[in-house]
Design a protein. Structure first.
Length: 607
């Protein structure tokens, strides 16, 4: 009989539906691991709504929970929007922490997920673990004070308890990762008052958060801890940014921004979701890639396509996929999601002296998908003062439709949001130049870059695994390294020409780099492309020598969907510093690291 593994957190997706995020998950896991040597800062994870943030945090906790060698207990608190008194909230928070701490010490996932246990019941939990026994002593002390005093002591008791993870970490070998999801909501839903007064509050006042205490500000000390640092997240990007950047928490947090998936991984996700939610709807890897491109690799939108109620839904060709996307943006779940968001933020979006001008500004802003917003260009287009456009974009920032970095406004990488805005506003506006939000140009560009993207995504997932040598043109097994970073780059010395390296990877613990040349055509790779990559390697060496930095050991990797000409195989024979992978080799690697489909062979680029 097949046994299902019990995880500390019940994840919201099928295990194999969790796609991509390997590099971000690895980065967060390294953040947790470094806490054991007091090497991690408190960090804020920024992510627009429905990008998969909570799913990622769930997987992180499930991963590090079963790593007792890290000696770091994950304390995972999901802030909800239930309104309650501070005294009640304090007990909920304390119970969650102590239960999860004991569970980690004993490696007991059942205890971690058992929300029915009262705090007092944890005192009878059988354990011989020193840290767990000390935690039980702290539970006794907590309950003694909690039961002795009323609501008048709640805030003082809360301030004392915030440091509890750090206190236990100081007296034991177990550090703590304090992970709080939807951290910004700790400003609006907890009230420092007796239950009688809380119940007398007008319901509308409570809905507006009037009288709520800002608990985020009370973490000013905890946010600086090295024994129990914080990882906070929030989908109200602007609000979470302001919360951790300003006031008592200012300067205490690093930042991570969670983006949509890569296009190849978005394609893999669609194929996975169809398997579960629309098993009678089949499509090809090429069409899955097309769909992923059209929604920017956004996991929620891909889920919407797979579960769409569009009449006659089919994924048989690009036109059929376009029809589903249009349905979802104009009538389906994507429409409902953004319509609700716009309604909730009406005070920012529609509050204008000149409502028609406000709508035009929003409309013209859609052409800057994933780019800095050109405020001056919009002002010139509409023949209005630049200040009027700046004021409107600031309101869109408050409504989480724009983010700000380096003193500039950027639109989110969200083509479906832009199409929703176009659909909603274009029909209300007269005499506007219609904006083309077609992704066809991007699609053609991505087809050309697809193999580079596949190699990049795959290299990011390497972690010292042993792979069949045949996939790399070898007879013996090949151990792939863990890379510190992987990217496309250009190298140029002071007296050399510039060379673009399709994929460049730097190993995490060694002065060793990989240079990869990708050829995504059906014609085999020629020796001239190998020599071009060697020239790039020589320029890289030259730049290090000119900068006076250590010259890394260089490894070359040739990837060609069309295979290799005989002159290439002769040229690289017996070269220990060169790997080479044909279509089968890279396709097998792609599948080994989570893809459930073969690399597409598009009709274009078949030279």
């Amino acid at each position: 009989m097949h046994e299902t593994k019990i995880w500390p957190i019940e994840e919201m997706v099928h295990e194999d539906e969790f796609t991509d995020r390997v590099e971000l998950l690895r980065e967060l896991e390294q953040w947790v691991k470094a806490i054991s040597r007091m090497g991690s800062w408190s960090t804020a994870l920024m992510a627009p709504r429905r990008i998969g943030k909570t799913v990622l945090l769930d997987r992180l906790v499930n991963t590090v929970f079963f790593k007792p060698e890290y000696q770091v207990a994950p304390f995972y608190f999901k802030m909800t929007r239930e309104q309650r008194t501070l005294k009640k909230f304090l007990k909920e928070y304390a119970t969650t922490f102590f239960r999860q701490y004991l569970a980690y010490c004993e490696q007991d996932p059942d205890l971690f997920r058992n929300k029915n246990l009262e705090l007092s019941e944890l005192l009878t939990y059988k354990t011989n673990h020193k840290a767990a026994l000390l935690a039980q002593e702290h539970i006794q002390a907590f309950l003694k004070r909690y039961n002795r005093f009323g609501d008048e002591d709640a805030l003082i008791h809360w301030d004392a308890f915030i440091c509890e993870p750090e206190q236990l970490a100081s007296y034991t070998d177990i550090r703590v990762a304090v992970i709080i999801d939807e951290f910004q909501d700790m400003k609006f839903y907890v009230y420092d008052m007796p239950p009688e007064l809380f119940l007398k509050l007008d319901s509308q006042e409570r809905l507006n958060g009037q009288g709520a205490i800002n608990l985020t500000a009370t973490y000013d000390r905890q946010a600086q801890s090295r024994k129990a640092p914080m990882l906070v997240s929030g989908s109200a990007v602007t609000l979470i940014f302001k919360t951790v950047m300003g006031g008592p928490l200012g300067g205490r947090f690093d930042f991570m921004y969670m983006k949509p998936m890569s296009i190849p991984d978005g394609a893999a996700l669609l194929l996975n979701t169809l398997k579960y939610y629309a098993p009678d709807k089949v499509t090809t890897p090429e069409l899955a890639f097309y769909a992923s491109t059209q929604v920017g690799g956004h996991p929620y939108y891909l889920y919407c396509l797979a579960t769409s109620k569009c009449e006659g839904k089919s994924f048989k060709d690009e036109k059929a996929i376009d029809r589903i996307i249009r349905y979802e943006i104009e009538n389906g779940k994507i429409f409902g999601f953004w319509q609700t968001h716009f309604d909730l933020n009406r005070k920012y979006i529609n509050a204008d002296d000149d409502e028609q001008l406000g709508k035009k500004i929003i409309y013209y802003f859609t052409q800057y998908n994933n780019q800095p917003v050109d405020i001056k260009a919009i002002a010139q287009k509409l023949k209005v003062p630049k200040q009027a456009v700046e004021q409107k974009i600031e309101k869109l920032y408050m409504a989480d439709l724009v983010y700000r970095t380096a003193a500039r406004y950027y639109t989110f990488n969200d083509i479906c949001l832009m199409r929703f805005i176009k659909f909603v506003y274009e029909q209300d506006l007269e005499a506007v130049d219609q904006i083309d939000l077609s992704q066809q140009g991007l699609m053609n560009t991505l087809k050309g870059k697809f193999l580079e993207m596949v190699v990049e995504v795959t290299m990011m997932k390497f972690n010292h695994e042993l792979m069949p040598g045949a996939w790399f043109g070898r007879t013996d097994q090949v151990e792939v390294p863990l890379f510190q970073f992987v990217k496309t780059t250009t190298v140029k010395g002071s007296k050399t020409k510039a060379y673009q390296i399709d994929v460049f990877g730097k190993e995490e613990k060694r002065e060793k780099v990989w240079l990869c040349e990708c050829k995504y055509t059906k014609a085999p790779m020629d020796v001239t492309q190998v020599q071009k990559l060697e020239s790039a390697a020589q320029v890289l060496i030259k730049t290090h020598e000119e900068e006076g930095t250590e010259v890394p050991e260089i490894h070359l990797w040739l990837v060609s969907a069309g295979g290799f000409k005989g002159n290439v195989l002769t040229y690289i024979k017996d070269r220990a510093d060169i790997y080479y992978s044909d279509y089968d080799g890279i396709n097998n690697l792609f599948k080994a690291y989570g893809s459930n489909y073969s690399i597409p062979q598009f009709a274009v680029n078949e030279a």
